[in-house]
Design a protein around this ligand. Sequence first.
Ligand code: CU
Length: 183
Amino acid sequence: MNQESSSGLECPKPGWFQAPSGNERTWIGMAVIWCLILSVMMPYWHFRGKQNSTGEAYRVKPADFVKRVEAFVKVNTGEESLVEDGIAPVVPAPPGEVYLLAKQFFWFPVLKLRSGETYRLHISSADVQHGFSLLPMNMNFQIVPGYDHVLTIKPQAPGTYHIVCNEFCGIGHQQMVGKIIVE
Ligand SMILES: [Cu+2]
């Protein structure tokens, strides 16, 4: 019988499977053990890790979130705002709801927050999935369109923090850098 299919692929001969041995067996074993360790650590880090969010998120239509960001910027762009790098930072009064939009290929707006104050930071995407990575803190969150991710934050030290996108989101991904100023 001709075992060749119409696509030109051949069926493997009976008895083709051989149990892994030697180095292959060692590597598979290491991978399985590592998977088991991470299966335990992922829930553990959810409760104990300093850089993990509490998972507070709400459904929102991307267009509605954009409107909320625009309203937030309009209300909070007062005389206190200074133009830095050509972009006026938004200076929200604490404590309050603060909005940040991820969009191909920028973060909007630039936020100016006060050290020691508590804010509820809403982050979402207007288009595709992005990655929020706050530097130099190394705090990382997935930003998925359709979800309003809320982080309760309390900036600890004055300075300029940069937000980079760490999820490849398109041809201009590497330009996607935002800023949070803490004073
Ligand atoms: Cu990106």
